[in-house]
Design a protein around this ligand. Structure first.
Ligand code: SAM
Length: 298
């Protein structure tokens, strides 16, 4: 290794909110000032030069563009809910993925956005208002207390579960904003093994609970952690339950090269992103109910 390591500046990714505008019209506006490319994998994702500051841009303040990274956008895109579906976003605030789901569903169908923390639920509601989505119901409470056998959840076909995690894949300056520790009652510093252990115990519980909803066909589990304990280990621990309920792991973005750590058979289905990919460290697992996979082929 050379002694001088140069840090390659990361491109600025932004997501076009198709509930309010079109990708074409955003490109038209932005290309007057910047070089703009469409991302080759995630729909409605634009790539701007590193350092482009969009925070005060009217497209952003009007909710037409969201300053959301590519890895974060891969999560809702991996779930790929259809317009008209009933969907749960289990751990929703600040709501970036919730409103991305609404856009992917063309605002049709319904989304139940569950958030435990009252203060963060306010941010979620603000995000929802900014997006213009009108098919999102906010539920302030514990996802684990939602009764999956309650008839009001009988038609839920997709769940996005992006629970509290250590945030070890995210650059430190964004941590305060993104990563709550409210739900996990601990005093440890962010990276301690006791904290990771507590987080992973919660993540397993939440994932098992998500699998118990009777009509769910697609379920995404995601984190912005790089720790195996919060990622592959959580997924492998629920595999017997998942398989007994008819779920199997599917491969989100098959063209993506970086997959799960090879710690169990099937980890090749999992997706990891990494700073080496010019992205933050995210993890995505996609469960698909077998019957639904067979139906889709018919
Ligand atoms: N998906 C969000 C986004 O992209 O904007 C980020 C979610 S953040 C990683 C996790 C959220 O889950 C936090 O806001 C946290 O307060 C919430 N949370 C933690 N435990 C929860 C629980 N048991 N039920 C519901 N929400 C919970």
């Amino acid at each position: 290794l050379s002694e001088k390591t140069t840090v390659k500046p990361k491109p600025r990714f932004v997501r076009v909110n198709t509930l309010k505008t079109t990708t074409g019209s955003v490109i038209e506006v932005l290309s007057k000032m910047h070089k703009v490319d469409k991302d080759d994998m995630v729909p409605d994702m634009l790539v701007l030069p590193p350092g482009t500051d969009m925070h005060k841009h009217p497209l952003v303040t009007d909710g037409k563009v969201f300053l959301q990274g590519k890895a974060s956008c891969m999560v809702a895109a991996a779930l790929s809910p259809k317009p008209g579906w009933k969907v749960i976003d289990a751990c929703a605030a600040p709501g970036n993925k919730t409103v991305h789901l609404a856009a992917l569903m063309n605002g049709e169908g319904s989304i139940i956005a569950c958030e435990l923390n009252k203060e963060r639920a306010k941010t979620l509601q603000h995000t929802v208002r900014r997006s213009g989505a009108n098919n999102i119901e906010t539920v302030i409470g514990d996802f684990l207390n939602i009764d999956s056998n309650d008839p009001s959840y009988a038609e839920v076909r997709a769940i996005l579960l992006d629970p509290s995690c250590s945030g070890s894949g995210i650059s430190t300056e964004r941590l305060d904003h993104l990563l709550p520790s409210h739900s996990i009652d601990d005093q440890d510093d962010g990276g301690s093994s006791a904290r990771i252990w507590k987080l992973s115990a919660f993540q397993r519980k939440a994932l098992s609970h998500a699998l118990s909803f009777p009509s769910v066909e697609r379920l995404v589990y995601s984190t912005c952690s790089i720790h195996q304990a919060e990622n592959e280990d959580v997924v492998s621990s629920v595999l017997p339950l998942a398989s007994s309920l008819g779920f199997e792991l599917a491969t989100p973005f098959p063209q993506w090269r970086r997959r799960g750590l090879p710690v169990f058979d099937g980890a090749e289905h999992l997706l990891r992103t990494d700073p080496e990919d010019d992205l933050e460290g995210f993890f995505i697992a996609l469960f698909v109910r077998k019957a639904a996979a067979a139906d889709a082929l018919e």
